[in-house]
Structure formats: structure tokens, C-alpha cells
Design a protein around this ligand. Structure first.
Ligand code: ZN
Length: 375
């Protein structure tokens, strides 16, 4: 899930401003295009006049005295009616003569690795305390912090678990503290309740199902986060794209984990598919087709299709056992290549390759693969 974000708003505003390249000078000839060191700008929230100011004391003591905070790569001030608003912008306006078609660029030089923070927020519901202890004992968030450390991010990002008043959910949003991925304890509880108590006939252990689904949901939300922070355009449903990113990401975690965690993640859809062979017809309310998420059955087939397309030998059994219909299997290699192409083009430039090799055992992008997808 993704909520409306400050970065999305920034894109809207920057896009709107781009139609007025001389906005600053049109407002007042006194306004400089840059702020000199120690100087400032005051925007009157009543008259909406913009007044540049000269620093009268050293800026360091003013920062402490006024409790000022750093804005990072940029900020946007905008007016709505009789009120002013400010929003941190993790994006930077392009140089004046930039040919960038989207109108915004990421300051790649300012992106840094190891910007993931984690937080186990104490649960609201005492029944969830066991989840906090189980997650901490496994170092679950610490593992996710490490796995996502090789991405050079333009802002610090927090991954946290917290109670959600009974709501089974997870999402990405830009909160006051910055970009945040949230997973509810209710969601983790749901994963635990539905995980198999014993290893399934297909070889999915309880631990594979729990770890695979936990990793998949965080990777899915991190997909939303990276689309947002890197300004990646998405055609089609973003929920599908986030699933694709998560699957691609999990396929590149070393050599052993992909098989166990992908099948573990796929187990989440088990209850929707268990009658697939015996009762292949599904009856759903018409409004199910209006969701911004794919149906669970679609998400399952997409997940195993990408895995099969990436590694047809390792995942050959999904076709042999009839979990993935042959009618779909034929296009999976191409589907995987198109995702790989998107990852190379849009995410690869933000990845620290050396760190990713050391953390994952391999890298998300590989300079030996062909960049262009097959026709
Ligand atoms: Zn989502």
C-alpha cells in the first residue's frame, strides 16, 4: 500500500512551477536566486510577501537559539488560501538547461548508503508482546536494515513495526520524521497464524513461510519507497510494480534464500489456491476487480512466474506440479527480463555495487546482462 506522500506533492508542485521559469524574479526584482551564507528569507504568512534578510549574527548560534532544523536537499513553501505550508523535498530541481524529461532529478551525489533506521515500537496490545520478542530474537528488522543498506538514498528512511488498533496492514508514507515503511503487528500476527505448523508436502517450512512473507511485505513497501524517492515513473498499477520489485529483490539474495523465501512468500496465497486443482472456478464479488491490488491468485501467479522466468531450473517444479499454468509459463522469461531492464535503468544507478555484493552475496544488477529486453 502507498499513501499520498510529500514527495508526490513535491513532484506536483515542481511540475507546476516548471511552467513559470521566471517565478522568482517576477515576484520581486530584489529576490536573489541564491541565499548567501548566513542570510535568510522570510515569507510573511499574512501578506505573503517574500523578504530576503541579511544575517546579523553567526548562523550556528541562530540555529541553536531558534531550534532550526536542516531541510536536506530542498524544501517547498506553498500557499493555499490564506495559509502557508512547507514540505521537505527529497528531490532537487534540475539545472536550468537540464534536458531531464521528468522535470526533477535526484541529487545522486547526495544519496548515501546505510540510511535505513529501524524501530520496534512497543505494541498497543499486550497480546502482541510475543511478536516483538520473536522479531527481536530473530533480528528481523536488523536483517532488513542490512539488506537495504546498499541503496544510496536521498533521505534517511525508517522501517518500523507497530500496533495499528486491530488493522492488518503495511504501508509506505512520508511522515514528519521522514520516509517510513510501517508494518503492523497485526499483519505479523496474521502471518504467524496462517503459517504452516509443519513442513508442507511441497517443502515449505514454518520458518520459510514466516521469513519469506515478512521479507516480501517489507520489500514490497520498499519498492513504493524507492519509486517515490528516486522519482521512478510507473506505468500500470503501482501495487503490481511493487510486487515485481519485491520478487526481483528476493531473487537476488544469495543462492539459497531465493528458493526458500520465494516459496515461503507464495505460501501466503495458499488458502486462495488450495482448491485450484479440484475446483478451478473462483467466484468473487464484481468489485474485487476494481482493487488497486491484484487478486491474491493473480499475485501468486505473478510471483512464481517472475521466479520461474529468472531461474527456470530452480523453479521448474512450479510448472511440473501445475502451480503455474503452462499457458503463462511461456512468457515468464520475457516478463523477468522486462523487470530486470527497469531495475537496471531506474534503480541500478542508485546502488552501491560493492556493498550490495558483500551484503547479498551477489548484486541486484549485473553488468554482464543484456540491458535491452527481448522483443
Ligand atoms: Zn503496496
Amino acid at each position: 500500500m502507498r499513501t499520498a506522500t510529500a514527495a508526490s506533492l513535491a513532484l506536483f508542485l515542481i511540475g507546476s512551477m516548471s511552467g513559470f521559469p521566471n517565478l522568482a524574479t517576477a515576484q520581486s526584482p530584489e529576490v536573489s536566486s541564491t541565499i548567501d551564507d548566513s542570510d535568510g528569507v522570510f515569507i510573511d504568512g499574512t501578506t505573503f510577501q517574500i523578504r530576503p534578510g541579511k544575517g546579523k549574527s553567526d548562523a550556528i548560534s541562530a540555529i541553536k537559539g531558534l531550534g532550526a532544523r536542516e531541510l536536506g536537499p530542498g524544501a517547498i513553501v506553498f500557499r493555499s488560501g490564506q495559509k502557508l505550508y512547507i514540505v521537505d523535498a527529497p528531490l532537487r530541481l534540475p539545472a536550468e538547461n537540464s534536458a531531464n524529461r521528468s522535470g526533477v532529478v535526484i541529487d545522486a551525489q547526495k544519496g548515501r548508503t546505510n540510511r535505513i533506521h529501524i524501530e520496534y515500537v512497543p505494541p498497543e496490545n499486550p497480546d502482541h508482546q510475543y511478536l516483538v520478542e520473536a522479531l527481536k530474537a530473530k533480528g528481523a528488522l536488523e536483517m532488513m536494515q542490512r539488506l537495504f543498506s546498499p541503496f544510496r538514498l536521498p533521505a534517511d528512511l525508517t522501517i518500523k513495526t507497530r500496533g495499528c488498533s486491530g488493522m492488518v496492514n503495511a504501508w509506505y508514507a512520508v511522515e514528519e520524521s521522514g520516509p517510513t515503511v510501517t508494518v503492523c503487528y497485526e499483519y505479523v500476527d496474521d502471518i504467524m497464524k496462517h503459517a504452516p505448523m509443519e513442513t508442507t508436502p511441497d517443502g515449505v517450512t514454518r520458518e520459510d513461510a514466516i521469513c519469506g512473507q515478512f521479507q516480501f511485505v517489507i520489500a514490497h513497501e520498499m519498492g513504493h519507497a524507492l519509486f517515490d524517492l528516486y522519482g521512478i515513473p510507473v506505468f500500470g498499477r503501482e501495487e503490481d510494480a511493487a510486487d515485481q520489485f519485491a520478487t526481483y529483490f528476493m531473487l537476488h539474495m544469495g543462492t539459497h534464500a531465493p528458493r526458500t523465501y520465494i516459496t515461503g512468500a507464495a505460501y501466503a496465497y495458499n488458502e486462495y489456491l488450495k482448491n485450484y486443482q479440484d475446483d478451478p472456478k473462483v467466484v468473487v464479488p464484481l468489485k474485487a476487480f476494481a482493487s488497486n491490488h491484484g487478486a491474491p491468485q493473480e499475485r501468486f501467479f505473478n510471483l512464481v512466474c517472475i521466479a520461474y522466468g529468472a531461474q527456470p531450473v530452480l523453479f521448474a517444479d512450479v510448472v511440473e506440479k501445475g502451480l503455474l499454468p503452462k499457458t503463462r509459463a511461456g512468457s515468464c522469461a520475457y516478463e523477468f527480463k522486462t523487470i530486470r531492464y527497469a531495475v537496471h535503468r531506474e534503480i541500478g544507478p542508485h546502488l552501491d555495487w560493492t556493498l550490495s555484493r558483500s551484503v547479498w552475496g551477489k548484486t541486484l544488477v549485473d553488468n554482464t546482462v543484456q540491458l535491452a529486453p527481448s522483443p
